[in-house]
Design a protein around this ligand. Structure first.
Ligand SMILES: [Zn+2]
Length: 285
């Protein structure tokens, strides 16, 4: 609750009842989201309608004196809606609000380790999807810096992928399968493929860490195989939930390395999000 005391009263929400995004504002926003360029006119039209519905459903508020502009609100709505463009906004039913800080924010963490020692620290974050039923918190600076998505990262897509994941229970990389859309996905296939890919990726990240920490002078490099660039943000090796969120970011923004390294994950995400970003096409059934 502490968090909410910091929320400024100023918040930008387009017209309360049936928000309509003016065309000039809409196209100014699209110009800042290059990964949407491959969408068809019909998809852009649907994305606009969905973004309008999103804005009427989820309040977006500035915190710590951040004055949220209409443009910032539309940019967040468009990116969040893009993730579920071929699914349904119902996946965001439990998002009560989006809180936007001007830049990275500190979150107090507390953890008890296996020997019972309590560790407390402050962690700087770019975004956080708090928990099932909780708000999404974003740093505007990080939203702006990741809007282009060229490096396969995008903080809005990342946090909303977590929200989808949490829709079933906790974030664990096992999102809900909807009867209307996901009949072709077998839960056991999903769980097996994701846990295998996660293990493989965690090994790659560890191998890379070891590689860079090898003492070259001691000749320690001789046993290290050549290590190529990682196909995903190494943050994905944190746990199964982060792996799903990071794979989702790559899937939408930089799909080729993901498809090359983990074709089964690419295929499952294509069937999940009902989109084929490599071919720049949607699934319409
Ligand atoms: Zn995350």
């Amino acid at each position: 609750m502490k968090l909410f005391k910091a929320i400024s009263n100023r918040f930008s929400r387009l017209l309360a009842k049936r928000p309509q995004i003016p065309d000039s504002l809409w196209f100014a926003c699209l110009a800042q989201l290059p990964f949407l360029q491959g969408l068809s006119r019909e998809e852009i039209f649907r994305l606009k309608k969905m973004s309008e519905a999103f804005l009427s459903k989820v309040p977006i508020r500035g915190a710590a004196d951040f004055e949220l502009s209409n443009q910032a609100a539309v940019l967040i709505a468009a990116q969040a809606s893009y993730v579920v463009l071929n699914l349904t906004l119902d996946l965001y039913d439990d998002v009560p609000a989006i809180i936007v800080y001007p830049s990275g924010f500190m979150v107090a963490r507390k953890e008890v380790d296996s020997s019972g020692i309590v560790h407390e620290w402050n962690e700087p974050l770019a975004g956080e999807a708090i928990q099932q039923g909780g708000a999404i918190v974003l740093s505007w600076e990080d939203v702006e810096n990741s809007m282009h998505g060229y490096d396969g990262r995008n903080v809005v897509i990342h946090e909303f992928a977590h929200k989808i994941d949490m829709k079933r229970s906790i974030a664990n990389g096992y999102p809900p399968f909807l009867t209307a859309f996901h009949q072709s996905i077998k839960p056991v296939e999903w769980q097996r493929a994701f846990s295998e890919a996660f293990e493989d990726f965690a090994e790659r990240v560890e191998a890379q860490d070891n590689h860079y920490h090898t003492d070259w002078d001691a000749g320690g490099s001789s046993h290290v195989a050549w290590i190529g660039p990682l196909p995903l943000d190494p943050y994905g090796a944190t746990n199964a939930a982060e792996f799903f969120a990071v794979c989702s970011e790559s899937f939408f923004l930089r799909p080729a390395p993901l498809a090359a390294a983990y074709p089964h994950i690419y295929s499952l995400l294509s069937r999940y999000y009902r989109r084929d970003p490599l071919e720049r096409r949607s699934y319409h059934h």
